[in-house]
Design a protein around this ligand. Structure first.
Ligand code: NAP
Length: 279
């Protein structure tokens, strides 16, 4: 088969993978733009990851998304790692280059910022400190992105304090670490508030941090998008805050990969949201 005749293949690798919304999202964009290509969910164990990645390009894959639990381990397999993926310590988007090398990038932070800018257009990162709940993998991308766009300080509380301390070591003096039990207090004066924990997600424990100290002018966002309106966002909205759900981050982080693999920058709009929610 010639290169031109090849139907481009992409997909998402995780373990497990059945819950992923990425196949519905990329499948929708492929249909919308009339592209002859396929996007496939692949359940791959950590032990098989390197072998699978060596084989996929030979089958016509142009790249893949990487999700839990492989986002950190992939940095030990990829040949070229972007600065932001190295800083975050994880990658979510791979491009299989024609020279055989694997290029790894992390688009979570850019997706996070693009979602805020789209859904809260007046949001000004420099308006005041940010408060970030959680210090897991997603938090690292969020914190890197917040600092890059000019947030003056980032207050972080995490149940396991050393993970928050690690963020301070990696990202510097703009990070201020708080005890998890003090998380409610760090909301006082925050202009941007982000839940990066899995609390409030369907099937996970409830989000129980009291929100009394929230400033009604704060922009409040949750990375959890199942349910779309989490209890955290419902309570923040009731206090007058502008709230932004986490679905847009998922959509925006996916757009650069789609563009590199299939040649069209896809639109992230209401039709895209509905397509993913209805899938
Ligand atoms: P992760 O690395 O496993 O981190 C999980 C975070 O939640 C950690 O901060 C963890 O604290 C905290 N946590 C879990 N259970 C807790 C509990 N019972 N009490 C207090 N804190 C608890 O996961 P991740 O990759 O960062 O993902 C975090 C969430 O973001 C998930 O819900 C994921 O679906 C979502 N996410 C959304 C997007 C998007 O595009 N919208 C992208 C990435 C992730 P410890 O450190 O103490 O365990």
């Amino acid at each position: 088969m010639t290169e031109l005749a090849r139907i481009p293949l992409a997909g998402v690798i995780g373990h497990p993978i059945a819950h992923s919304r990425s196949p519905a999202l990329h499948g929708y964009w492929l249909r919308r733009y009339g592209i002859k290509g396929h996007y496939i969910p692949m359940d791959v164990t950590p032990a098989d990851l390197a072998h699978v990645l060596g084989t996929l390009p030979k089958l016509g894959f142009v790249g893949v998304n990487i999700t839990i639990p492989h986002k950190e381990a992939i940095l030990g397999i990829a040949d070229i790692i972007t600065d932001r993926a190295a800083l975050i310590g994880a990658a979510n988007t791979l491009i299989f280059r024609k020279d055989g090398r694997i290029h790894a990038d992390n688009t979570d932070g850019a997706g996070f910022i693009a979602n805020l800018r789209q859904r809260a257009p007046f949001w000004n990162p420099a308006a005041g400190p940010a408060a970030v709940l959680g210090a897991g993998g997603a938090a690292r991308a969020v914190v890197a992105a917040l600092i890059e766009v000019g947030v003056p300080e980032v207050h972080i509380a995490n149940r396991t304090r050393p993970r928050a301390e690690a963020l301070r070591s990696d990202f510097g003096a703009k990070i201020i670490v708080h005890e998890w039990v003090q998380a409610a207090n760090m909301l006082d004066g925050a202009a941007t508030v982000v839940n990066t924990t899995s609390l409030g997600m369907t099937g996970k424990p409830d989000f129980r941090v009291p929100l009394d100290a929230l400033n009604p002018r704060a922009v409040v966002t949750d990375l959890v998008y199942a349910p779309l309106m989490t209890q955290f966002l419902i309570e923040a909205a009731a206090m007058g805050c502008t709230v932004v759900d986490g679905l847009g981050m998922l959509l925006h982080q996916a757009a650069p990969g789609f563009e590199r693999w299939f040649g069209i920058r896809p639109e992230v709009d209401d039709a895209t949201r509905h397509a993913v929610l209805g899938a």
